[in-house]
Design a protein. Structure first.
Length: 367
């Protein structure tokens, strides 16, 4: 390697280490701290700090110290659902910069995707998000995605089968784009927020039900990218018909539609009636909870790790978690084994956050 090129590579390496240390520290650090901890020469530290300041990645914190500029880079996540889309922008600390829900019934048409891309541009403008700081746009879909074949295999709630991802990518070609399964993205967001949890099963409770598995700090997607499709566990043999065409799936019993659309109610209305003691609503909730805990007990038996409940239903379960855990304790094999269930951090915005965080994570590895 030529001497000049070697020096340039070394400066980039030093800068990356400096930035990573400032990011990880979570508090202001001085150039002296950096030189000592990273075993760098003072001149190398000053050059690295000057470069990071120029690029807007760090800020002076007073007293000769520096701290992270959280909005040095940003990322956006979009969740596509049957009746609406959600957009979320986050900074380098996974803090929300803007959020929007838009009523937009899904249609696999050019017009739909063009409208979605227009909503993205409006979202960026309305929340004053600088495009030169945008790392990328993640898009999640409620279906099985084969990343190797670059294909959406199936998304029953959207009535999609065997769709090349290229049909979707070119509508967002202005930015780096990644398309993934919504539950996998939600699980990634939860894992990001709790890195101490090396093993975890994530269950997303939406109109469709999905999940994600993290084992020994890595996301497990299976040999064919199909792991975590917990919504299609059979919990009632020959039971209700599911969107997938089979009977007795968890999704047929624990989709949030059971508590809302099917009753002509919103989730707010359902849980308000439950709190007010409506007997009919209470009976529906009891049946829902029974099927949900059956599935959770089976997941606990198979994986023997913490389980996190997320998705649109998650915020409504906070006050109901004790009764769910009690019922779980009655169904699991081991006495007292009912303290493994948790609620997620992002609720209905988990998929948006997770797919945006993919870009943040990649940036931290390569910057």
């Amino acid at each position: 390697m030529e001497p000049m090129m070697a020096k340039s590579v070394q400066r980039q390496t030093d800068r990356r280490h400096i930035y990573q240390y400032i990011y990880d520290s979570g508090q202001p650090v001085t150039s002296e701290d950096l030189a000592e901890v990273l075993s760098l020469e003072p001149d190398a530290v000053e050059q690295g700090l000057a470069s990071l300041l120029e690029e807007g990645m760090i800020l002076p914190a007073g007293g000769g110290a520096y701290e992270l500029e959280p909005q040095g880079r940003v990322a956006v996540g979009i969740t596509v659902q049957r009746d609406e889309v959600r957009l979320l922008a986050i900074d380098m600390r996974a803090q929300e910069l803007g959020c929007r829900e838009i009523r937009l019934p899904f249609a696999h048409t050019a017009e739909y995707y063009k409208r979605l891309s227009q909503y993205l541009e409006e979202f960026l403008d309305d929340f004053h998000l600088e495009r030169n700081r945008l790392l990328g746009v993640g898009v999640t879909l409620p279906g099985i995605i084969d990343q190797t074949a670059s294909k959406l295999v199936m998304a029953p709630t959207l009535e999609l089968w065997d769709v090349p991802l290229e049909e979707l990518y070119h509508y967002f070609s202005r930015y780096p784009v990644f398309i993934e399964n919504d539950a996998n993205a939600s699980g990634y967001a939860e894992r990001w927020m709790n890195k101490a949890r090396s093993n975890m099963v994530y269950l997303a409770l939406e109109r469709g039900i999905g999940g994600a598995i993290f084992w020994e700090d890595k996301q497990y997607t299976g040999d064919n990218g199909r792991s975590g499709e917990f919504g299609h566990l059979c919990i009632v043999p020959k039971g209700k018909l599911c969107h997938c065409g089979r009977r007795g799936c968890l999704e047929a019993y624990c989709s949030i539609s059971r508590l809302s659309d099917d009753l002509g109610l919103t989730l707010d209305e359902f849980f308000s009636a439950l709190r007010e003691g409506d007997q009919q609503i209470a009976a529906i909730w009891e049946e829902y909870r029974d099927h949900l805990t059956d599935a959770l007990a089976n997941l606990r038996t198979n994986f023997d790790c913490d389980i996190v409940l997320g998705g649109t239903l998650s915020p409504y379960l906070e006050g109901l978690l004790p009764e769910i855990c009690w019922e779980l304790g009655e169904k699991t094999l081991f006495d007292g084994d009912n303290f493994f269930l948790h609620l997620d951090h992002f609720g209905p915005h988990g998929a948006c956050a997770g797919t945006a965080l993919r870009f943040i994570g990649d940036f931290l590895l390569t910057y």
